[in-house]
Design a protein around this ligand. Structure first.
Ligand code: BGC
Length: 753
């Protein structure tokens, strides 16, 4: 229905308009009854609904209504499956329609900068491309049911320490290449109805009042059409925030900030048109909701099965030395409290009141011959002699042991960061003891973020279940016994130890966090440092095997608005059906600037029957090759050679090919008296002039050095090297050119395009 919102707004009082810009209570926006503007509800999630009816709070302390807890983002991202995320989103959208939730508060797309971030379980990946693709698919799914989403937390909110005041100090290239693209992709592809700004400051300005972030980048550059809401309590200066582009403050300020807005309009410090526009943006989304109410039948039973399916498609088989799948004729010992009481979601605002929880023990007992010993509790670090003794005995007596390890709730949560990357000591100790009596041991991990695995070389299998959602237990049982063939791939690197992480020295203290590692986040860093990792980004095994062949591109040159289609054949070389995620990384060989050795720019997940071959096609465009150049304030892909790497993981590259970029305009010359001779020599446009100056300089050095010095201390190589780093102004001080002469030539050179 087309509504004349402007005319509606013209009938609102100043107070009513200011009131629309903040919540009525924790979960509702205000309405204006006399004008037919309804009060609508928003609700947390996003891996299910956390709808609180009364005693509302935003930290998950009070119970919400019973709902389905799907796998949190840390797991679902590992599906590398856009279609699956779309189905997932659609289910959440249906539940939202059916339960009067107009906007689901998610997805959360912050990049995993450090394994310590307490909310990593809510975030998808260390990689911006994967995050953006997965988020866009989820948003499209939810919004296909005409419920809204709120992509969060915009932006650079990568730690919990001092989350409401800390300033993330990030240079623009790093923001553009790492921390913003997931939001950008989601906005451009899926147009989320709302964006939630983060609590933190970005380079000294609160995200809630950051005009560059909320207006210049989000709206003017990316074309965002919805409204921006604050994270709960993220508003610092309400009027500044409104001017910067924050339409809705949540939850409410008890009217205090509404009055500030009214006052500012009356005093003339806030243009009323800014307020009108904000109200219009909010009303458009409210009425989209009320005009698209639909009967949405859903059953929690069916969604529970979908939650199980998503978990099975996402869990990652990290290691398998011919120990899995378990046989139904084998005697298996399940050890560890998580087998019976799995940790399947994280604490805080995304906490869902699950209507049912599957545990692996119950399900596995229906499939095979499973005995159980608790060994250690799932909720704390407590070594118990009696429990351990029983577990060791049962493990020794079995054909194989499966140890259900993981992080207790208190080890990671919204609101605080982890202190370390270790499992509870009691678990590592018992794992060691069991390995002494039972070499055929598998570890199943329940964690929202990587853990150190000191026992890794000695165990035969590791299944990373992350936090599996309420049906994670049945998914684990099915994967262990081969009823489901694992196909998840890691959406983050598992470093060997915490100190290896690039953010290690700049994380979680002080009131500013300096993102000094820049664009070298996750595998971009570990690769550049040639560092061993426990498991690389993109890694994940299957019970079958795949071979890759026939890498081809539809052209060998790409330029301008061309796209390039890369195709590769993948064959299932094993005996059972399985799924493989083909990953396409790009490496820049042009040398135009320092860049990571490879970056993910495409992926596709396919299903293959035994012996079957499929051709996978992935399309790249110029942006896939580009880096963000802050001088031209744009993405830039230099002319020259790029390598395409097809991998089964970021460190299992199976095939490579090269393509040429042509037709890119060279970067403008930025020349001045302090430019070096080396810079002149390194650019074709200035090379000739550089050679002339260099010759003059080398002659000068040779003439002025004594014969003895020339023979010993000062070699020709040294002269040449020194000339390269010599600023042009030195030519003046050596009397080789006049300042005016150099300046004139530089001005002429700058005209060259
Ligand atoms: C969290 C958001 C959440 C909001 C509402 C905040 O504390 O940061 O992610 O959506 O509360 O519960």
């Amino acid at each position: 229905m087309d509504r004349d919102l402007k005319s509606l707004i013209s009938q609102m009082t100043l107070e009513e308009k200011a009131g629309m810009c903040s919540g009525l209570d924790f979960w509702h926006l205000k309405g204006v009854e006399r004008l037919g503007i309804p009060s609508v509800m928003v609700s947390d999630g996003p891996h299910g609904l956390r709808k609180q009816d009364d005693k509302a709070d935003h930290l998950g302390i009070n119970d919400s209504i019973k709902a389905v807890c799907f796998p949190p983002a840390c797991l679902s991202a590992c599906s590398f499956d856009r279609e699956l995320l779309h189905t997932f989103g659609t289910a959440v959208g249906k539940e939202a329609q059916a339960t009067d939730v107009s906007v689901v508060l998610g997805p959360a797309v912050n990049i995993k900068r450090s394994p310590l971030c307490g909310r990593n379980f809510e975030y998808y990946s260390e990689d911006p491309y994967l995050t953006g693709e997965i988020a866009a698919a989820f948003i499209q799914g939810v919004q296909s049911q005409n419920a809204g989403t709120s992509i969060k937390h915009f932006a650079a909110n990568n730690q919990e320490f001092n989350r409401m005041s800390n300033s993330s100090e990030v240079d623009e290239r790093t923001l553009r290449e790492i921390y913003l693209p997931a939001f950008e992709t989601a906005v451009k592809k899926a147009q989320p109805q709302t964006v939630m700004c983060s609590y933190n400051q970005l380079n000294g300005t609160y995200a809630s009042e950051h005009p560059w972030l909320l207006t210049e980048v989000l709206r003017d550059e990316w074309g965002f059409e919805g409204y921006v809401m604050s994270d709960w309590g993220a508003v610092n200066d309400r009027v500044a925030a409104l001017k910067a582009g924050l339409e809705l403050e949540m939850p409410s300020s008890n009217g205090v900030n509404d009055e500030e807005i009214v006052k500012a309009v009356k005093e003339g410090t806030l243009d009323e048109s800014v307020l009108d526009l904000a109200v219009e943006r909010i009303l458009r989304i409210i009425f989209h909701w009320t005009d698209h109410r639909e009967e949405q039948p859903f059953t929690m039973e069916e969604d529970h099965l979908l939650a199980q399916h998503i978990a099975e498609e996402s869990m990652i088989l990290l290691k398998n030395e011919e120990i899995l799948p378990l046989g139904t004729d084998e005697k298996i010992a399940f050890i560890g409290g998580f087998a019976k009481t799995p940790r399947f979601q994280g604490g805080g605002s995304s906490h869902i009141n699950s209507f049912r929880v599957d545990n692996a023990l119950d399900f596995a007992s229906k499939i095979g011959n499973v005995d159980y010993a608790e060994g250690f509790p799932s909720d704390r670090d407590l070594y118990d002699e009696a429990l351990s003794k029983e577990a060791i005995a049962k493990a020794a007596d079995a054909d194989k042991a499966v140890i259900f390890a993981g992080l207790p709730d208190s080890f990671e949560s919204e609101g605080y960061d982890r202190q370390h990357m270790k499992l509870p000591d009691c678990q590592n100790k018992l794992i060691r003891e069991i390995l002494r009596v039972q070499p055929n041991t598998v570890i199943v991990l329940h964690n929202g973020s990587p853990v150190e695995m000191p026992w890794l070389p000695d165990v035969k299998g590791v299944l990373e279940a992350y936090l599996g959602g309420q049906a994670g237990g049945s998914a684990v049982a099915n994967i262990l016994f081969g009823k489901a063939n694992p196909s998840g791939k890691l959406a983050e690197t598992m470093p060997i130890k915490l100190a290896d992480n690039p953010a290690h020295l700049n994380f979680g203290d002080g009131d500013k966090t300096f993102y000094q590692e820049g664009i070298y986040v996750g595998y971009r860093y570990y690769d550049a440092k040639e560092m061993d990792v426990a498991f690389p980004f993109g890694h994940g095994l299957s019970y079958t095997t795949f071979s890759y062949s026939n890498l081809a591109t539809d052209k060998t040159e790409i330029s301008g608005s061309d796209t390039l289609t890369v195709s590769v054949d993948v064959t299932n070389t094993g005996h059972i059906a399985g799924k493989e995620t083909v990953q396409l990384y790009v490496r820049d060989l042009t040398g135009s600037c320092r860049r990571p050795g490879k970056e993910l720019k495409g992926f596709e997940k396919i299903t293959l029957e035994p012996g079957e071959t499929k051709t996978v096609s992935i399309t790249l465009d110029k942006r896939s090759f580009a880096w963000y150049n802050t001088e031209i304030k744009d993405w830039y892909a230099a002319n020259g050679t790029y390598e395409l790497l097809i991998g089964a993981s970021s460190r299992d590259i199976r095939l490579t090919a090269q393509v040429q970029m042509t037709g890119s305009r060279p970067l403008p010359l930025n020349l001045h008296l302090n430019s070096t001779l080396g810079e002149l020599l390194g650019d074709e446009r200035t090379k000739e002039y550089g050679i002339r100056l260099k010759n003059k300089m080398v002659q000068f050095f040779s003439a002025s050095s004594s014969e003895e010095a020339a023979n010993s201390a000062i070699s020709d190589e040294m002269n040449a090297a020194m000339a390269l780093s010599m600023p042009l102004r030195n030519l003046v001080s050596f009397g080789l050119c006049s300042k005016e002469e150099i300046q004139q030539t530089l001005d002429e050179l700058k005209q060259i395009r």
